[in-house]
Design a protein around this ligand. Structure first.
Ligand code: FES
Length: 179
């Protein structure tokens, strides 16, 4: 049932105030519909969420990498979802075996997620947190790490190295991707 708004001074129905309230409610409903519809429209015109969040990222020129020596490469990535757009600094370990053959490791230690380093002296990766050790090919040499280093998808195209950033659960013997 429609409720009448009565002007207390004149005792008559206040139609101008009623019109204004209707107009205001209409504007609020339109704004709500617009806000709710943006993610849907964006999903129609832009690449899928998975492709947006996990694109191929150019991280280096293949000629800039020495052969057989791990290089810590840092780059900016832009993970985003339907609402938030951010830029984050990421890093990967890239090993060039030849002009057409590379291995890319996630920088995250598979034990509890610290960032490990390459030791030129001992020729192995060493984690400063709990002393896990990994060989050049990522195998566990010692310490509590439950699995080898995580290899990330990579490719070489037009002389450039591309990587797909992925995260995996730490502390497990199996490689379990984390969304
Ligand atoms: S986090 Fe690397 S050894 Fe524990």
């Amino acid at each position: 049932m429609e409720q009448k708004i009565v002007n207390p001074e004149s005792g008559r129905e206040d139609t101008s105030r009623r019109r204004f309230l209707k107009w205001l409610l209409g504007i609020i409903a339109a704004v709500n519909a617009l806000v709710a519809g943006v993610p849907f429209l964006r999903s129609l015109i832009s690449p899928s969420s998975a492709a947006r969040q996990n694109p191929w990222l150019k991280v280096a020129s293949i000629n800039s990498l020495p052969e057989g020596k791990p290089v810590d490469i840092r780059f900016m990535a832009e993970p985003d979802d339907a609402y938030i757009h951010t830029t984050v600094l990421r890093s990967v370990w890239v090993i060039r075996h030849s002009a057409g053959d590379i291995t890319v490791f996630s920088p995250v230690c598979t034990h509890l997620g610290c960032y490990y380093q390459w030791s030129q002296q001992s020729n192995r990766f060493e984690c400063p947190c709990h002393a896990s050790l990994f060989s050049l090919d990522g195998k566990v040499l010692g310490g509590p790490a439950p699995r080898s280093l995580d290899v990330l998808p990579s490719k070489i195209e037009n002389g450039n190295v591309y990587v797909k950033w992925e995260r995996f659960k730490v502390g497990t013997p199996e490689r379990i991707p984390v969304a």
